[in-house]
Design a protein around this ligand. Structure first.
Ligand code: KG4
Length: 338
């Protein structure tokens, strides 16, 4: 008999449900929330309400696309945290209610583990996956971490941001350029035609493997302020060069610490994950970095970079295989280490 896992993701502003069968992806449905665009960032209260509206249709659609009835499910995996508590409560409560109704086990998933395990989302049984232990650069709107993945169940954060995440650096700098939220994809698009060495922004000097992006944000802001005094049309005239230079600085910062992490923990496989791993410059730079170091790069499909339930179902399947189920009383959590 086949094992069907339903994955549910609701940690931030994407409501997603996915079905995997014996480890292979059958469906992955994502409802993104446009309501936040007008506010220039995610509004937690609005996110929770939108999850409430979306969750039932999204789960129904995931089951329909997978071609199965809910009674065929073997277990339900849900994102327990970290994330916005109100958002997590919607997915957690829905997963619990459905598991009780179907009398099947429940599996709690750490959202960050799921991002790392997104490289194990398979379309076909023989799809290749990274070899443990591997290094994963996990870069999103809420996190920037270097994770040493020792097994599907054991992950160690060897470096992390001490202030902003890489995605926040993209989004906040994009905002001062007058670009819509989230700004990361707009910077990516503009950077394609800009000169990455046109402007120099400051880089952090943090010892060890930790990141910092707040200084870059200030340096970017000061460059705009000083130049706008001389020319009020400075942004319009230089937007592509500003985007390309910003993107290059973020990539340099990311790769500098990744190189140090690999020196400290020499592994043969290097993966990237999280929303910022959709960035074209980051993807190309990591490929090139890995080629030079003689390690294997794992660049995820763009659909699996941002929040999605395929990675949650996949992480859940690993736990299913080792009988790691959770209690119905388990609450979600907003913050977590690994
Ligand atoms: O993982 P994710 O979907 O969720 C959060 O952690 O919030 O990541 C969202 C982040 C945002 O900061 C967004 O601007 C960034 O990922 N992002 C990008 C690109 N696509 C998404 N940043 C740079 N270039 C992109 N192409």
């Amino acid at each position: 008999m086949s094992t069907y896992i339903l994955g549910i993701e609701s940690s931030c502003d994407d409501t997603s449900a996915a079905v995997i069968c014996d480890g292979c992806l059958k469906s992955n449905v994502i409802a993104s929330q446009q309501v936040h665009e007008a506010y220039g960032g995610v509004v937690p209260e609005l996110a929770s309400r939108a999850h409430q509206q979306n969750i039932l249709p999204v789960v129904s659609e995931a089951l329909r696309r997978a071609g199965i009835d809910k009674n065929q499910l073997s277990a339900i995996a849900f994102t327990r945290g970290p994330g916005l508590l109100g958002s997590l409560l919607v997915g957690t409560s829905f997963a619990k209610g459905m598991a009780i109704g179907l009398d099947i086990p429940l599996i709690d998933v750490n959202h960050l583990h799921a991002h790392v395990l997104s490289h194990f989302v398979k379309k076909e049984k023989n799809d290749k996956t990274p070899e443990f232990p591997f290094m994963c650069l996990l870069i999103s709107g809420g996190n920037s971490q270097i994770v040493l993945a020792k097994s599907p169940y054991e992950m160690e954060i060897v470096g992390k941001t001490i202030d902003d995440a890489a995605g926040e650096a993209f989004d906040k700098c994009a905002k001062v350029l007058g670009l819509p939220y989230p700004g990361g994809p707009h910077i990516d698009r503009l950077a394609a035609t800009g000169n990455p060495t046109a402007f120099k922004f400051s880089k952090p000097h943090i010892v060890g493997l930790d990141y910092s992006f707040s200084g870059l944000k200030t340096s970017f802001l000061y460059t705009l302020r000083d130049n706008l005094k001389k020319d009020p049309d400075f942004i319009n005239k230089n937007i592509a060069d500003l985007a390309a230079s910003l993107q290059k600085t973020i990539i340099d910062i990311l790769l500098d610490k990744l190189a140090k992490a690999l020196d400290a923990y020499p592994v043969g496989d290097v993966a990237i994950g999280g929303g910022v791993s959709a960035n074209s410059g980051v993807r190309n730079a990591v490929e090139e970095f890995c080629r030079k170091r003689g390690v294997t790069p794992w660049i995820p499909e763009r659909a699996f970079t941002t929040d999605n339930a395929a990675m949650v179902a996949t992480a859940g399947y690993f736990k299913y295989l080792s009988n790691q189920f959770c209690d119905l009383s388990l609450p979600p959590y907003s913050r977590v280490t690994m």
